[in-house]
Write a protein that binds this ligand. Structure first.
Ligand SMILES: [Zn+2]
Ligand SMILES: [Zn+2]
Length: 160
């Protein structure tokens, strides 16, 4: 846990962002500033969100803390390389844990108490996006994953 005596360092470890599901059964805390926020348009994100995609942001796995409560969290393998979690009471999507980024976790940004804390910096899986999906004009767009995805060989844009 951050120590008050370290406050002068203004390190990322001082950051603490909370979030949770729609019904309140699940609450979590991010104990570092999230990074690498992207808007994913893959078909799984479309199913899970019921829309044209989902924005995720990332923290290190050991900086993601479930405050309440593990018993309300369900997980399923959404692809051969990723496991998603959601609230079993209200269905809110919560996280993706990817095999090629085992020490990190992607957080569904809309579940942050203040979604303004992050902003997407790129679009992913645009090849799967429906034609009516608006995209932010100045952001880079990738047909699948980025060619420099952490945990994958350079140039590889598909996992699994
Ligand atoms: Zn819930
Ligand atoms: Zn996706």
């Amino acid at each position: 846990m951050p120590n008050a005596s370290d406050s002068d360092s203004a390190s990322a470890e001082e950051v603490s962002l909370d979030g949770g599901c729609a019904c309140g059964a699940v609450r979590y805390r991010l104990e570092e500033k999230p990074y690498d926020s992207g808007w994913c348009h893959c078909r799984v994100c479309q199913h899970v969100s019921g829309s044209g995609g989902m924005v995720f942001t990332t923290v290190h796995l050991d900086r993601y803390r479930i405050l309440a409560s593990e018993e309300h969290i369900e997980r399923f393998a959404s692809t051969s390389f990723g496991t998603r979690s959601f609230c079993r009471k209200c269905g809110s999507p919560l996280t993706i844990h990817l095999r090629h980024q085992a020490d990190e976790i992607d957080i569904a940004a809309g579940t942050l108490d203040d979604p303004e804390e992050i902003a997407p910096a790129f679009h992913l899986y645009t090849a799967e996006a429906p034609s009516w999906m608006p995209m932010i004009a100045f952001l880079p767009r990738y047909k699948a994953l980025r060619p420099k995805t952490r945990g994958l060989d350079e140039g590889v844009t598909e996992a699994g």
